[in-house]
Structures are given as C-alpha cells and as structure tokens.
Design a protein around this ligand. Structure first.
Ligand SMILES: C[S@@+](CC[C@H](N)C(=O)[O-])C[C@H]1O[C@@H](n2cnc3c(N)ncnc32)[C@H](O)[C@@H]1O
Length: 205
C-alpha cells in the first residue's frame, strides 16, 4: 500500500529522533520555568510542524497559536490538537500578527530560513513577546556577525520549504541580535552538535 504524505510526516516527526529531541527540549523548558508559568499566557509556536510542543503549552493552560509555512501541517494540527489555533505563516513574509504574544516558541525552524531572514526572525520574535524560547543549530564561530549559508542536500521531503539553503548563525550572532533587541537570555546546549536552546526575557525598561 502506498504511504501517504501525512503518514510519512507522522513517521518522521513521531519517530524516535523527533520524540527524543522533543522530550529533551520539553524537559529543559519544564526545568527552567516555574510550574504554572504558562497558565493564562498567550503562546505562539513558529514552525510548529505537528504542533506537539504547542499542545503541551495548551495543556499547561496557555492560549496557543501554532503556525507553519506548510498548509499540510496546519491541517494536521487542526485535526489533532483542536485546542490550538493553527495558521499558515511563512516566516519569510512580513510579521502578520497585530497583537503581541506573552511567549513565542521558535524551535528547530531558524536554520530553515534563508540567511538573509534569520536576523529579522529573531527581531520579529523579540518585538512581539516578553518571553522567547529559541532553539537552533549553529556554527562554532566566535564572531557576532557570522552566519553560514549552507546548501541543502537534495530535498528530503516534499513538504519542506522550497528554499535551497539552510543558515547556521554563530552563537554570538544570535546573542548579539537578542541583546540589541533588549532581551536577556540563558543558553543551554540541546540535542548535540551545534544545537542550543535560549530562554530569553525582555529586559525591564
Ligand atoms: C524541524 S521542524 C521543527 C518542528 C517543531 N518546531 C519542533 O520543534 O518539533 C521545522 C518546521 O519549520 C517549518 N518551516 C520551515 N521553514 C519555514 C518558514 N519559512 N516559515 C514557517 N515555517 C517554516 C517546517 O515546515 C517544519 O514544520
């Protein structure tokens, strides 16, 4: 029997790799934030794919919006997590929301953007929330303006964005943009390689 696209997506994102990755990040998040921190808060998850992470925040009492550039994910989130609002949003486009969120979650998506859009994505997040949970792959480099433009291998999945390149910012690159936008942060390694997770908070004015 032919495997359908949603089945392939499920196998990929529900498979061991993503399950372990998700558990690791959720466990770090639950250790960093006090219990009930997300209760009553508005949360936006960017590049949500299956919306698993968003659903966990909804289960914690948050009002959650999940977005992804691929409408297939939006349909799946809507079907599987009706407590979450799912919308199509391409992070390359101008920011579509007119009201800010309490919390923005951007995990596993920054490096999918063209290098020309990575800084703007961090700025968009910082402009539109008080707490940002940011996770991305990075390149080991000390310079705060280094960001690599990496050709993607031949497209792995038909639902991936039609961009041809990944971007890999240095850790100082990410932290420069956060600081310039008035956010303090705490960084933890996450998932091996150059992956890091930042817990970021708007500094009081
Ligand atoms: C590796 S998955 C991460 C999924 C989820 N955030 C997680 O952490 O488990 C990357 C997701 O980012 C989405 N994505 C990639 N480029 C995007 C873009 N330009 N705008 C919005 N979403 C994008 C992909 O469709 C995919 O669902």
């Amino acid at each position: 029997m032919e495997t359908t696209q949603p089945q392939m997506m499920q196998a990929d994102y529900d498979g061991d790799h993503y399950t372990r990755w998700r558990h690791e990040r959720l466990s770090l998040i639950s250790r960093y934030y006090p219990r009930y921190y997300f209760q009553g808060k508005t949360v936006l998850e960017c590049g949500a794919a299956y919306g698993h992470i968003g659903r966990i925040f909804a289960n914690s009492g948050a009002t959650v919006t999940c977005t992804d550039q691929y409408e297939g994910w939006v349909d799946i989130i809507t079907a599987r997590h009706p407590m979450v609002q799912a919308l199509q949003q391409d992070l390359i486009d101008p920011w579509p929301f007119t009201t800010p969120f309490d919390v923005i979650v951007s995990m596993g998506v920054l490096y999918h953007l063209p290098y020309t859009h990575a800084e703007q994505h961090i700025i968009d997040c910082c402009t539109n929330c008080n707490d940002l949970i940011l996770e991305t792959d990075t390149i080991a480099h000390e310079h705060p303006h280094v960001i690599l433009d990496v050709p993607k291998p031949p497209i792995e999945h038909q639902w991936e964005p039609v961009t041809t390149n990944y971007c890999l910012p240095s850790v100082p690159y990410v932290e420069r943009v956060l600081s310039a936008n008035n956010f303090s942060f705490y960084r933890v390694p996450c998932g091996g390689g150059g992956r890091h997770l930042w817990f970021c908070k708007r500094c009081p004015s």
